[in-house]
Design a protein. Structure first.
Length: 155
């Protein structure tokens, strides 16, 4: 069940609604969907706007987050393709800490999360974006991946 405040954020953009609906249709009853439930051929319109991040548990301390896939439109927004890299290797310490806190909240709550932000890249225009991150769980319970859908935000 998605909380009502997250539902209002999902309603902000048709792309958010499309992924939310797709994932809800793929989730086993009472469980979270897992990566194994997603067929890219069923959502070709979303692929350029998606990002997948693996949750990598650590023996000591919080999980790390490794970028598995970055769609072409996400690369255009972010200005880089971080595939294969850890989030903290790409962002500044402050940005990384804030982003990781958000990811940890998704792991704890098992709820999607909305974020509006700006990518500030040296030598190019700053780009305002919105995104929703949805939790995925191979076993339906323990979040082991995050799937994001991005849109360029209106100024």
């Amino acid at each position: 069940m998605i909380s009502s405040c997250v539902i209002s954020e999902i309603d902000r953009h048709p792309r958010f609604q499309r992924l939310a609906s797709y994932l809800a249709g793929k989730a086993p009853p009472g469980k979270l969907p897992g990566r194994q439930h997603i067929d890219p051929l069923e959502i070709p319109d979303l692929l350029p706007h998606l990002m997948l991040i693996d949750v990598v548990p650590q023996r000591v301390g919080p999980a790390r987050y490794r970028i598995r896939l970055v769609g072409t439109e996400v690369v255009a927004i972010q200005g880089t393709d971080g595939t294969g890299r850890y989030v903290e290797d790409i962002l500044t310490a402050d940005e990384g800490a804030e982003i990781r806190r958000g990811y940890e909240e998704i792991l704890r709550s098992r709820q999607p999360q909305y974020r509006r932000g700006m990518v500030a890249a040296h030598g190019r225009e700053h780009i305002l974006y919105e995104r929703i991150a949805f939790p995925l769980a191979t076993d339906g319970e323990h979040v082991d991946m995050l799937i994001f859908v991005f849109v360029r935000a209106p100024d």
